[in-house]
Write a protein that binds this ligand. Structure first.
Ligand code: HEM
Length: 226
């Protein structure tokens, strides 16, 4: 038990940390601390989803820049936990807000809240990525797995646009937009090589991408990720 904890402490801590916003939300609901429960649940699940998805995008550049290999072990978890919150967010909207009334959703919501189309597009893109995040699917899809999982670079910017659209004073969405743009630029092979060079300059150790410990396959293979 102790050796397992020692080896996987970071993975465990990140996964527990990712579930904390949900725990706090449940406690706030139970204790009646939410002023406008449906709006609060929608906003908090949406915000947590975005943060986790952005963090999952940040993993590879962080590894390139620092050579910190353990961080790679949480990339898939961050992506999946982000998707989990997206599902809660969507369920809140469809179930709690609109009681699954499809005609009201299609008639009223699409007109008064057009930003949900962008959010829903992000959800539709993320769904096959979450489903195929297992090792079995990785094997089955072969080279196409990587191509498919590149769609995350489309889904997260769409989520940022959705956020941008929701808020009337878009200081935070703009910040997220810049962060996501930088993280996408960091995937360009030439930029990645530069990041690796910077790291080598800072640290004389050779570049190693693959951790010895637990390595999860999402969102793309470590060595050839762009
Ligand atoms: C990747 C998918 C998505 C992400 C990351 C996301 C994220 C967000 C964020 C960050 C907010 C604003 C939270 C705040 O104000 O602090 C938000 C609000 C909202 N989202 Fe999403 N969202 C996604 C998909 C969707 C989908 C699929 C729907 C519904 C079909 C949806 C409906 C809404 C609604 C109704 C609001 C509240 C708008 C308001 O305050 O008036 N979102 N979302």
């Amino acid at each position: 038990m102790i050796p397992y904890l020692k080896k996987h402490w970071f993975w465990i801590a990140v996964n527990i940390g990712a579930l904390l916003p949900l725990l706090l939300l449940i406690l706030d609901v139970i204790n009646g601390r939410l002023v406008d429960p449906i709006a609060d649940i929608t906003n908090r699940t949406g915000y947590t989803a975005l943060v986790l998805l952005v963090l999952s995008l940040a993993v590879t550049p962080l590894n390139s820049l620092t050579g910190w290999r353990t961080v790679l072990t949480v990339r898939k978890s961050l992506g999946l936990q982000g998707f989990f919150y997206v599902c809660l967010h969507l369920f809140t909207f469809l179930g709690l807000d609109y009681a699954f009334n499809l005609s009201q959703i299609l008639g009223d919501a699409l007109v008064t809240k057009p930003y949900i189309i962008v959010g829903f597009s992000a959800f539709l893109i993320l769904t096959p990525l979450a489903i195929t995040s297992t090792k079995g699917w990785m094997k089955r899809l072969g080279r196409n797995w990587k191509k498919l999982h590149r769609l995350v670079y489309l889904a997260v910017p769409l989520a940022v646009i959705h956020y941008f659209w929701v808020l009337k004073v878009p200081v935070e969405p703009v910040t997220y937009g810049i962060v996501v743009a930088l993280l996408l630029v960091a995937r360009i092979p030439a930029v990645r090589r530069r990041l690796n060079q910077v790291r080598k300059l800072l640290d004389s150790k050779p570049a190693v991408s693959r951790p010895k410990g637990r390595l999860e396959p999402m969102p793309e293979p470590v060595r050839n990720a762009e």
